[in-house]
Design a protein around this ligand. Structure first.
Ligand code: CUA
Length: 202
């Protein structure tokens, strides 16, 4: 079969673009860790405030270099409104919405989640440098949408950030057996009681 040279050229370019796009996708997924927040679980949207871990939004330390931020989006603000984490640690952001669809976008990073009522969104991130980032709701959520923002303060690596009480149970699992204490009790002890634990409602 004779293929016209123009057609060959188009096929080559077209094939090349496909391969390049597939390579970019693999690169973004593996090297930059970009992926859709998984469906990490479902909860009753009416019971968010009494469902662990969302009954206590805040910053938790899971291991020496592992943190978890439990956050809630509501019209129109985030809980906690200010999140302090150290640089250079792996942070899991676990968040949901108590009312309508919200966004959870940390400016200047790839962290970008949708907060869907009844759905737990989870994503990991590591801040390499200390600094401040705006936490933005980037899904239109009503009259106060433009007022819905928070602050992420990334402290110097190794800084003790305010944590919240004991270890919360993992989402979707029953509370941990209190008899099984963590190996290093000091590690999970609160460094400082903080208003982040009980932000006033607004
Ligand atoms: Cu919440 Cu826009």
């Amino acid at each position: 079969m004779k293929i016209h040279s123009y057609e060959k050229a188009f096929l080559t370019v077209g094939g090349g673009v496909l391969v390049a796009c597939a390579a970019a996708l693999v690169y973004a997924t593996i090297v930059h860790g970009i992926h859709l927040p998984g469906a990490s679980g479902r909860i009753d949207p009416a019971q968010v405030m009494v469902t662990p871990p969302f009954d206590r939004p805040g910053v938790y330390r899971r291991a020496v270099d592992e943190y978890e931020v439990v956050a809630i989006g509501r019209a129109w603000g985030f809980q906690p409104a200010e999140i302090r984490v150290p640089a250079g640690v792996d942070i899991t952001f676990t968040a949901t919405s108590v009312d309508v669809l919200h966004g959870f976008n940390i400016e200047g990073t790839r962290l970008n989640m949708m907060l869907i009522p009844g759905q737990i969104s989870r994503n990991e991130y590591r801040f390499d440098e200390p600094g401040e980032h705006l936490l933005i709701c980037h899904e239109y959520c009503g009259l106060g949408h433009h007022l819905m923002y928070g602050r992420i303060v990334v402290e110097l690596a190794g800084t003790a950030v305010p944590l919240i009480g004991e270890e919360p149970p993992l989402a979707g699992q029953p509370a941990a057996d209190p008899a099984v204490s963590p190996p290093d009790a000091a590690m999970s002890a609160p460094l400082q009681e903080t208003v982040l634990a009980h932000p006033s409602s607004h």
